[in-house]
Ligand binder design. Structure first.
Ligand code: PXG
Length: 288
């Protein structure tokens, strides 16, 4: 496997960075996770735009322009002969001293990994996920805006650990007021009649690219798609609940905190959005 690192494609074993890199020392950096399907890179431009937005907010200069980044992603797939892949784009503050001061980091580190996609087990999609809400609250936008896809994911990892300790695969994180935000790496949706609801970004959720694609598919299906504040009560009494994310795509949820959602099996709206999403990934993308 060849990895792009600071301007060159190098063998995986040679793709190493300094222990003084602030991406490692402080989580000072930003990233994107992207997927390609049968040689089509899904929503590549949207992911690259979001990477630039994250970088802009943390005042990190990405060493390549947008078009050059798009081409590095495409080259990463070609050089590794990948058509169905997971692509990780990472930009860190670069090598510096011990100490937070980003001015000590003279050159940002940019790397791109393209690897085979690790698919989630099929039973997740067949049977649906059982979820719990956890005590770890989602970061508030006023402290660390979830729109920044930063290298510091401890907020999410702490929530994930809580779920795992309780015997669950994934956690629902709440806002400090107890409103539903998102899961540790996926957005959450509720189906109630013909309504398709998802929490608004200001409550503290990443504006997911899959989330947007699913909202558009919902509108095309004439669903009443809305960003709305959701409580646990709304989840418990939903007809259907599902999660969206680049890695997971669309995952049905069948229980939340021990309450059965709807019929307790993946529902018809979830199924039909999964079908439409699958079809979209086959036609909509930047060619490798
Ligand atoms: N919320 C959070 C906190 C995320 O990190 C999503 C929602 C879904 O967003 P997208 O744009 O992917 O629909 C994410 C995305 C990984 C990985 O390697 C994580 C994400 C995406 C891809 C890979 O764990 N998080």
């Amino acid at each position: 496997m060849k990895v792009y690192l600071n301007g060159k494609f190098v063998e995986r074993s040679k793709a190493v960075i300094s222990v003084f890199d602030h991406g490692l020392l402080y989580g000072d950096g930003v990233f994107e996770g992207i997927r390609s399907y049968s040689g089509l890179i899904f929503k590549l431009r949207e992911h690259v735009d979001r990477l630039f937005e994250s970088a802009q907010t943390v005042m990190l200069t990405i060493p390549l322009g947008r078009e050059a980044i798009l081409n590095v992603v495409r080259q990463s797939l070609r050089i590794n002969r990948l058509r169905d892949a997971y692509i990780r784009l990472v930009v860190t503050r670069g090598e510096g001293d011990l100490g937070l001061d980003p001015r000590k980091c003279k050159r940002p580190t940019l790397f791109v990994i393209a690897d085979k996609i690790q698919l989630y087990p099929q039973r997740l999609y067949d049977r649906g996920l059982e979820l719990i809400t956890v005590a770890t609250q989602r970061n508030v936008p006023e402290a660390l805006n979830p729109q920044i896809k930063s290298l510091n994911y401890l907020n999410n990892i702490l929530a994930k650990i809580e779920a795992i300790n309780a015997g669950f695969e994934e956690a629902i994180m709440l806002s400090p007021s107890g409103y539903v935000t998102e899961c540790t790496g996926e957005n959450i949706f509720v189906v109630k009649g013909r309504q398709l609801l998802t929490p608004p970004p200001y409550i503290g959720v990443l504006r997911g690219i899959t989330r947007k694609a699913v909202m558009d598919l919902g509108k095309a299906q004439k669903l009443d798609v809305r960003e709305e504040i959701l409580t646990r009560h709304d989840l418990f009494n939903a007809d259907e609940v599902f999660l969206t994310g680049t890695a997971a795509e669309i995952v049905p949820v069948v229980t939340v905190d021990g309450r059965r959602i709807g019929s307790g099996t993946p529902g018809p709206v979830t199924r039909s959005l999964q079908r439409d999403f699958r079809n979209l990934t086959r036609i909509d993308g930047v060619r490798v």
